[in-house]
Design a binder for this molecule. Structure first.
Ligand code: ADP
Ligand code: MG
Length: 258
């Protein structure tokens, strides 16, 4: 019996900007319902990798497959409508209301305007925002609220795959923790497949099923959080784990459990 194809896979993906390699021969797969974190230093190719999936960046060699079919065979517009995309600067339209921002993609695809208000209310419930926010201008939101609206917008078109590029980067640590856990619960409840870029290894360890560590345009290590902990003597993995582990150990010591 053949295995079902993974939800998402990259095979030999290479990308160069003006002859300068940003990704070199990257292979990685993400299963249905899996949450993969991409972690690595600035410039290691995380954003480029994410953008090859929705064809904001085209591969120079290799290919990206969704459910076994190459993304190159689909129109970029159709592809982007079917994949949720959340990034740090959210990109809410300031002059539009929360409801209009959430309904952006369905409006583009000609969704029925009649169903909008009920669906927006449902999406606001989903990301734990009060329904009264629907009529508010995007500029009248806190950072955490705006990011929740960003999630609601990414989920409005009912994507099966969600790509997130440092989605919590601009938030304070408490909001960041709350929102990360809230998103993970949504991911599980909706059976999403998520790829999240973060420079925060602690966050990746706590939220994801598997972590791919990137360095210099390649995947230097990939495994479950437990597997990465066992690789902490590896220079790259260890370097990223050092600070979260130090913090955890100091807190436990303070509590008398170290
Ligand atoms: P990360 O998200 O891990 O910080 P990026 O994927 O943004 O890394 O960048 C990988 C490499 O590609 C870096 O060397 C970066 O300078 C380069 N790069 C990214 N985008 C462009 C671009 N549009 N034009 C030229 N070089 C780019
Ligand atoms: Mg980036």
């Amino acid at each position: 019996m053949t295995e079902p194809s993974p939800r998402l896979s990259l095979r030999g993906v290479t990308v160069a900007y003006d002859g300068h390699r940003a990704l070199s021969d990257v292979d990685v797969s993400v299963g249905r319902g899996e949450f993969l974190a991409l972690v690595g230093p600035s410039g290691s190719g995380k954003t480029t990798l994410l953008k090859t999936v929705n064809r904001l960046v085209e591969c120079d060699a290799g290919a990206v497959f969704i459910d076994g079919a190459p993304v190159q065979d689909r129109s970029a517009a159709d592809l982007r409508r079917s994949i949720g995309y959340v990034f740090q600067d959210i990109g809410l339209f300031p002059h539009m209301t929360v409801a209009q921002n959430i309904w952006l993609v369905p409006a583009l695809t000609g969704a029925d305007r009649d169903g909008r208000d009920a669906r927006v209310a449902q999406l606001l419930d989903m990301v734990a925002l009060p329904r009264e926010l629907a009529g508010r201008k995007a500029t009248q939101l806190s950072g955490g609220q705006a990011q929740r609206v960003g999630f609601a917008r990414a989920l409005a078109a009912e994507p099966q795959i969600v790509l997130m590029d440092e989605p919590f980067g601009a938030l304070d640590p408490v909001t960041r923790g709350d929102l990360g856990r809230a998103y993970r619960a949504l991911h599980d409840a909706m059976g999403l497949t998520t790829v999240m870029v973060t420079h925060d290894m602690g966050e990746a360890m706590l939220l994801s099923d598997r972590i791919a560590v990137m360095r210099g345009g390649r995947i230097a290590a990939c495994g479950t959080p437990a597997e990465l902990l066992s690789m902490r003597y590896d220079e790259t993995v260890g370097g990223l784990l050092a600070e979260p582990l130090r913090q955890a150990e100091r807190l436990l010591a303070m509590r008398g459990e170290g």
